[in-house]
Design a protein around this ligand. Sequence first.
Ligand SMILES: [Fe+2]
Ligand SMILES: [Fe+2]
Length: 291
Amino acid sequence: MMADESKRETFRRALREIKNLPTLPGIVVKLSQMAEDPDTTTEQMGRVISKDHILAAKLLKLVNSSFYGFPQRISSLNTAIILLGFNVIKSLIISASIFEVMEDQDVELWEHSLGCALISNVLAKRLGLKDPEEISTAGLIHDIGKVAIKMELPREYEQIRQLVRERRISTIDAEREVLGLDHAEAGGWLTRSWNLPDKLAEPVACHHDPRLAKEHQLAAAIIHFSNIMIRGLGYGHGEDTWVPPLSQRAWRLLEFSPQDIDQVLEEVEEKLWDVKGFTLDVKSQLEAGTS
Ligand SMILES: [Fe+2]
Ligand SMILES: [Fe+2]
């Protein structure tokens, strides 16, 4: 027990001191503050975003993808801001900047995360939640703890993969064994250290055990279930092919009927082509970069 606790503390510190992870704070913090300020104008917001060309392009790409499910095509930043509002733009900026890191790291994980975002969006809308794009964002970043472990603790990351391969256990069990903590917990710290709202941090931290959620139980249940669905649909990653167990409590909270699930699957399957298109794009960009 004692050894386990000190191991946890060591890794916790290592993850807290993350140096290589994204330059999230700068622009996101600025834009978050702007979004809160009632005097901010669309033009001001657009100006700040367009200073970062890559971010602006990614933002428009995300806006027009099916992960967020906006009906019309949006071609300019200002239109996006007017149509979607500051808070939605804030969620999109967070996603776009996090993905800047994720896509270079692991295309498979990215595909899994985009798929999870897509399903969470469909589920949130079906449940009539008023901020489905926030739920999509949580879906998109739910496994960010894996990126942190891979980047900050590369040796332990390899040990985890090896354990998964050799003993055929799930990644999360291997993480707990090697690190004394798992990627959900790591993701929770990370999102909190970025000062992202609890609405995002809690579902990330609790996506493998939604019973732990206090304030945002429904959001946590949605991300938990979306993660299981996307894995079930074959969008997993790494060596581990396990579909994680479904929490009974989350399932009861969601109150879906088998017909609901059928309809969700139908809606999702078509949109998953977009996910494939997105990741193929990234793969070819990466290959072009290395050749
Ligand atoms: Fe996970
Ligand atoms: Fe996941």
